[in-house]
Design a protein around this ligand. Structure first.
Ligand code: CO8
Length: 259
């Protein structure tokens, strides 16, 4: 186990919650914090008691980017040799259970990229997204030029990355970056409600859906459809498929066991 300095971790029912907790720096993400985040997410991923994960920040900032103080003094050899700082940032890609980003306030630079690494984003009406790296003389380094165009189109992604302007929650929803907008004071409740719905489903089925949707971004349509079909067939090997269909026929709620 690991002592966390910059994140808070708790579980409510079958939902795991990670809160980014460096409010004084608007959750500017440092290496240590990302190491903690990866550790906490993978611990939830490995726990039988957790079916879905929520990642959030503070009221004012989900995260205002990577920590500029930590980056300012680095040179090319430093960042190249350490592969700055993907080692810790990429832990989240290993998580096989769904991770919902609950975003209020600023999600900028690495903060926007971190939100996009999650499976979907629920935004408070106060959320503001942006890739302002260009103003610092750098480019996005954790997926901003790759996930953003896939999420909101080339034109909008170019606009965001080249002008460094911020997008409010309304524009982000219209563009497809976020799945829904909720009032700021309801953000965590709504994120938990969504997570609880997911956590009550069959866990292997939930994980297969995540894996299959993510496959769509890595492959051709034909290969993706084949991948989906094989997983679909696989669901018929689970007891949860029997239970889900039987419950429907008996007009009752299913009780999934994750097997
Ligand atoms: N890094 C370090 N400190 C920060 C950051 C940051 N990204 N953002 C805010 N802070 C600090 C401020 O320095 C300030 O500290 P202090 O009180 O000690 O002066 C404190 O947080 C509060 O911030 P402000 O006083 O600036 O608050 P405002 O409400 O006036 O402004 C803003 C809020 C607009 C969000 C402003 O803080 C801002 O512009 N922040 C920087 C945003 C930014 O440029 N983000 C991109 C960073 S670069 C990046 O993320 C690259 C990611 C690459 C990932 C690679 C992984 C492999």
């Amino acid at each position: 186990s690991m002592q966390y300095e910059h994140i808070l971790v708790e579980t409510r029912g079958r939902v795991g919650l990670v809160t980014l907790n460096r409010p004084a720096a608007l959750n500017a993400l440092n290496d240590r914090q990302m190491e903690e985040l990866g550790h906490a997410l993978l611990a939830f991923d490995g726990s039988d008691d957790v079916g879905c994960i929520v990642l959030t920040g503070s009221e004012k900032a989900f995260a205002a980017g990577a920590d500029i103080t930590e980056m300012a003094g680095l040179n090319y050899a430093d960042v190249y040799k350490s592969d700055f700082i993907t080692r810790n940032w990429e832990q989240i890609r290993r998580v096989r259970k769904p991770v919902i980003a609950a975003v209020a306030g600023y999600a900028l630079g690495g903060g926007c990229e971190l939100a996009m690494m999650c499976d979907f984003i629920i935004a408070a009406d106060t959320a503001r997204f942006g890739q302002p790296e260009i103003k610092l003389g750098i480019i996005p380094g954790a997926g901003g030029t790759q996930r953003l165009p896939r999420a909101i189109s080339k034109s909008k992604a170019m606009d965001m990355c080249l002008t460094a302007r911020m997008m409010d929650a309304e524009e982000a929803e219209r563009a497809g970056l976020v799945s829904r907008i909720v009032p700021a004071d309801r953000l965590l409740d709504e994120a938990f409600a969504a997570a609880e719905v997911i956590a009550a489903m069959s866990l292997p089925t939930v994980m297969m859906i995540k894996e299959s949707v993510n496959r769509a971004y890595e492959t051709t349509l034909g290969e993706g459809l084949l991948f989906e079909r094989r997983l679909f067939h696989g669901t018929f090997a689970t007891e949860d498929q029997k239970e889900g269909m039987q419950a429907f026929l008996e007009k009752r709620l299913p009780s999934f066991k994750g097997v």
